[in-house]
Design a protein around this ligand. Structure first.
Ligand SMILES: NC(=O)c1ccc[n+]([C@@H]2O[C@H](COP(=O)([O-])OP(=O)(O)OC[C@H]3O[C@@H](n4cnc5c(N)ncnc54)[C@H](O)[C@@H]3O)[C@@H](O)[C@H]2O)c1
Length: 325
């Protein structure tokens, strides 16, 4: 089976290309490299031991996407390509809508044209907003999006739901870590938005310190709680979703099923790497959800997938990757 991976040069897409290839799929990558580099494709190629067809194409460009489908006989699409910085989306909501929702519209149109009816979509737990019940399951209501980025995920899920394609909507919780080889990982361009790349940069001396946004929340140690899952576990979930693709549409939470606080992450990092993390407690950050973790039981039951790697392992892998940058 030949699988088109949009955003395949990115963080999660690149790891998924390795898992797909390990499972015997032929992989074709489309990425405009707006938030990644060709070095990540080279890293994937090194890990799988062969070249991959790579097209530097913007998915918003219908003609160029047509040409890829024309040339390659695509059987299924894994759709990662999107802009993902919540803060930037507040400043540039139109860009986020155009790129993420507009790009998905073009992709769906081209898939229809070429009669490709299998899609796995990168969604996010942001579609739940601040959920009332934790752990959150897939039947939780979509609350009003907390950012234009979150809105694009809700809009894309709706578009895909009405497309008639057989699709899995994968709602990721917090992917962290890197491939254990240290060959591919998260490539933060500019100031990192996520906790782990920032933490690694602080430990590497590239940032003065990590600021923990608030330690007076109603959680065990007062800091916010998230469900951190290893990116390699997440990559494997995509293969499982492709293999068990539903007829029609189905959403799956992808998380570990347990939460770790920000201070807990700092402790786990120090324990698993032996490095100390320079940090201080700062003010709460506006809009932060206090605590969220997944109920991943649907993915376990229907896809036969569950996260198997521990947070400490993911942090050690992230640190190994950071040292190569
Ligand atoms: N990383 C997370 O914490 C997280 C959490 C939930 C959901 N997601 C979603 O998972 C997907 C992948 O995220 P990631 O962390 O790997 O991000 P990433 O930025 O590393 O990867 C996205 C890739 O898509 C490419 N891209 C963006 N717009 C494009 C376009 N118009 N045409 C072609 N390529 C384009 C970028 O160059 C990049 O390589 C995204 O859809 C993101 O919203 C990520």
């Amino acid at each position: 089976m030949k699988v088109l991976v949009t955003g395949g040069a990115g963080y999660i897409g690149s790891h998924t290309c390795v898992s797909l290839s390990d499972s015997g799929y032929d992989v074709v990558i489309v990425d405009n490299l707006c938030n990644s580099s060709i070095g990540m494709v080279k890293g994937v190629e090194e890990l799988i031991g062969r070249k991959l067809p790579f097209y530097q194409v913007d998915i918003c460009n219908e003609n160029e996407l047509d040409a890829v489908f024309e040339k390659e006989q695509i059987d299924a699409v894994l759709h990662f390509a999107a802009l993902k910085a919540v803060g930037e989306s507040l400043e540039k909501p139109d860009l986020y809508h155009r790129n993420n929702v507009g790009g998905t519209e073009v992709l769906l149109k081209v898939m229809k044209k070429f009669a490709v009816d299998k899609l796995v979509f990168s969604s996010s737990c942001t579609v739940y907003g601040q959920p009332e019940i934790i752990p959150v399951n897939e039947d939780a209501p979509m609350l009003p999006a907390e950012s234009p980025y979150g809105q694009t995920k809700q809009d894309c899920e709706k578009l895909i739901s009405s497309s008639g394609l057989n699709s899995a909507l994968l709602r990721y919780f917090n992917p962290i870590g890197a491939h254990p080889s240290g060959r591919i990982g998260e490539l933060p361009i500019g100031v990192p938005n996520n906790l782990i790349p920032f933490l690694c940069q602080a430990v590497a001396g590239l940032k003065d310190e990590l600021v923990v946004f608030g330690d007076d929340y109603p959680t065990d140690d007062g800091s916010c709680v998230r469900d951190y899952l290893h990116v390699c576990d997440l990559a494997e979930a995509h293969v499982a979703a492709l293999e068990q693709l539903p007829h029609g549409i189905r959403a799956y939470n992808l998380g570990t099923g347990s939460g770790t606080s920000v201070l807990g992450v700092i402790n786990a990092f120090e324990e698993s790497t032996g490095e100390s993390v320079p940090f201080r407690i700062g003010e709460r950050r506006e809009g932060d959800i206090v605590a969220i973790w997944a109920d991943p039981s649907r993915a376990e039951k229907e896809l036969g997938w569950c996260a198997s790697r521990k947070v400490g392992e993911a942090l050690a892998d992230a640190w190994r990757w950071q040292q190569t940058l």
